[in-house]
Every structure is written in C-alpha cells, then in structure tokens.
Design a protein around this ligand. Structure first.
Ligand code: SF4
Length: 395
C-alpha cells in the first residue's frame, strides 16, 4: 500500500497513520486552548522568555541543546552581557567566543554561533531571518531550532520536535515504535504540524515544551495534573512507562589517554586543538591516546617504564621536543560520547633546548604562564588539570 499524504514534506507509513486520525481540527483546537491556558499559569520565569529578540532566543536554544536549564542560566547571562547583540558576537574572535563557552561542552556549538553571527551580519543585513527555511541555512541550526526561533520570536507557525515534545507526542499518540527512526520522525513531525495554530504559534510551542519538561517527564509523569490527559493514548492504556520506546544505547568503549604539562622557565607548553580533533579551537596541554596502560591497571606514584617510554616518544613526534622528569600528577576519568576515558595527567620539564627557538613559526603551539592559561579557552579536563597544577604549586 502506498504511503499516505500529509501536511509535512515526508510520507507517513500506513501502519502509523491511523494514530493521527483522532486529532481532528476540533480536537487540535481544544488541545491548544487547554495547553495555552495551562502555560499561562505554570510557565517558569526563565531569562530567555523575557524577550522576543531572535538573537537571545537563538543563543538560549543552542545552549539548551544537550544541557539542562539550570546549568545554562549562568552561562547565558554571562554570554549575553559580553555579546549583547549579533554584531558584538560577529566582531569577536573565535577564541573569545570559545572562552565564554568553556565548561558548556559540545564546543562546535560555540564555533557555529560565531560563524552564523558573521553570516547574519554580512548576508542578512544584520537582521535575523524569520522563515524556517532561511534560518536553517545558518550553521548549527537544524529543523527544531529554526522552528523554535521562527515561532518564539516572530510567532510564525512552525512545528517543533525535540526531546521533551518527542516524549509528549509519542504518549499522546500512543506511538510505541522507535521515535528516532525515519518513520517515527515522519509521524511526529506530522503531528507537530497538525497541531500548529495560525497565530500564537510561539506560545503553543513553548507550552508543549514546558509540559514535556515539567509534567510529561520521562519517569513518573504527573498525569493527574496534565491538561491534555483526556487525549492521551498512553494514559488511557496505562502505558506511560513503555512509551516512548527506550533509546538504543551505544556500546561503551574504555580508553586511556595521557596529557603532559611540560614546563620551562615557569611557562607551560600548550597546543591549540585542530579542526579535525575533539574540542577544536580550544587550548590544551599535549594530549594523546596511550597503549601501554590498560583502563584498569593500577599504579601509585611511579609510572610504569613502558608508559614512560611511550609518552616521551609521543611528545617527541608531536612537538619535536624532548622532556625529562616525567611525573604522575593526577588522573581524571571522564566520558566523551561513547568513550569512557582514563586520562593520566603528568608533569615534565623541557630537556635542554632554549625556550625561545621553539614554535616561533607555528601558531598552534604556545608557551604560557599559569596566569595566562586562565584567559584561554580550555576543555574541562585541561582546565581541571591546570587548576590542579596551580593548587599543588607547579607553576
Ligand atoms: Fe504525559 Fe500523562 Fe499527560 Fe499523557 S497524561 S501527556 S503521559 S503527563
């Protein structure tokens, strides 16, 4: 049987199309009225809700990707006080933007907003585009973020599907398939399109997200106080704990990496991470994977000789410097996507060569004092190691 036609661009498979049938124009109207009324009473006073400035909404939406509201608020306020307009952001250096993003993680977000600000200033006459299709042309902005900006700032009807609304829509529809699959995404975007009003689109979208965040929570949704309970298939069938279908978690890989604070004349050797690396554009101590130690292998203060040799050789091939007095400082365990990383942090001295002759022609390497490190953007682990060095008096 051919796929059914719908309001959004993609066809929806026949086996899930019937889930939409209950949501007639009349039901969608009632659902919107109920939601907007609830939002009027329950909305949290968040700093980005005080304005309809598309620039501020955009910054908040990018920061909120993969990061909680509580964690974002202080970053958002600091960022906006340094870059209050798209013009100030476009005029800043990437290094300064990354410094203000430090600690938030997913640093490609910071690099993309900087590039997008420059595009808005050069290609859009310093005005944020209003239409979803135009907004999506900016780097780092996908369909959801474009819809959020277009509806929140300009009140244009624009469907949205993100983590909170994805869960809410699945439960309302009673959809127990994989919501991240192609078919699942088509269904959810079609539902989001169907419930869009002609006006008050921004208010409705914020209400949907707020309901998903505060009431239709992943565990123990508060169905007793839910304004859309009467249209919720998961509630009627008591299947809230089964819907949405859980994410398939990627297999975890354990790895070991080393980082070395190389010192000479009270300065440290640091390196700017390249565009093909994690944390591109950030400054860090030389860091690399090691093979001579397993993720579980224990040692106290004296470094195993194989590890010792491997680190000296890796530093030599990366930077062409020789080091001496390699010592264990601390260990940091952290995660990046599916990797669980044991990071062995060492200190060392530069062996013999005079400091000034090194890296004078290579801007991706620098010698900096511990005070200067404070003003450079560093990944969280690099910053933790730098703070450890200052705390323990190695500066
Ligand atoms: Fe979510 Fe419960 Fe409301 Fe359904 S009734 S939308 S499961 S909170």
């Amino acid at each position: 049987m051919p796929p059914r036609k719908n309001n959004s661009a993609a066809p929806i498979a026949e086996e899930t199309f019937h889930l939409l049938e209950r949501f007639t124009p009349q039901v969608c109207r009632s659902l919107r009225t109920r939601l907007i009324k609830w939002y009027g009473k329950q909305a949290r006073p968040l700093p980005w809700r005080e304005s309809r400035d598309p620039y501020r909404i955009w910054i908040s939406e990018i920061m909120l990707q993969q990061t909680t509201v509580k964690a974002v608020i202080p970053y958002y306020e600091r960022f906006l006080s340094r870059f209050p307009t798209v013009q100030t952001l476009a005029a800043a250096t990437e290094e300064e933007v990354l410094k203000h993003w430090e600690g938030l993680g997913y640093y490609s977000r910071g690099r993309n907003i900087h590039r997008a600000a420059q595009m808005i200033c050069t290609q859009y006459d310093e005005s944020f585009p209003e239409a979803v299709d135009e907004i999506q042309k900016l780097p780092g902005i996908g369909r959801y973020t474009a819809g959020a900006i277009s509806s929140f700032a300009f009140d244009r009807p624009a469907p949205i599907v993100e983590a909170n609304t994805l869960r809410l829509y699945c439960r309302l529809l009673g959809y127990d398939g994989d919501p991240r699959s192609k078919g699942g995404q088509e269904l959810l975007w079609e539902f989001a399109t169907r419930i869009q009003p002609k006006d008050q689109a921004g208010l409705l979208n914020q209400a949907l997200m707020e309901l998903g965040s505060l009431v239709c929570t992943p565990a123990s949704p508060n169905c007793e106080n839910c304004p859309v309970q009467e249209w919720c298939a998961a509630f009627v069938e008591s299947r809230q704990s089964e819907i949405p279908a859980p994410k398939v978690r990627p297999e975890i890989t354990q790895t070991v990496e080393a980082t070395v604070a190389i010192q000479c004349q009270n300065q440290f050797l640091i390196r700017q991470r390249q565009s093909d690396e994690r944390w591109a554009g950030m400054w860090d101590f030389p860091r690399f994977p090691v093979e001579s130690i397993t993720p579980e292998e224990k040692f106290k203060t004296s470094l195993p000789s194989l590890f010792h040799r491997e680190v000296i050789s890796r530093i030599r091939s990366m930077s062409e410097v020789d080091i001496t007095d390699l010592n264990l400082e601390t260990e940091i365990r952290h995660s990046v996507t599916r990797y669980r990383i044991r990071l062995i942090c060492c200190s060392a001295q530069l062996d013999e060569k005079p400091l000034k002759s090194l890296f004078s022609n290579d801007a991706s390497w620098r010698w900096e004092s511990s005070e200067a490190l404070a003003s450079l953007p560093m990944p969280i682990t690099g910053r933790r190691f730098a703070n450890h060095l200052i705390r323990t008096g190695i500066e």
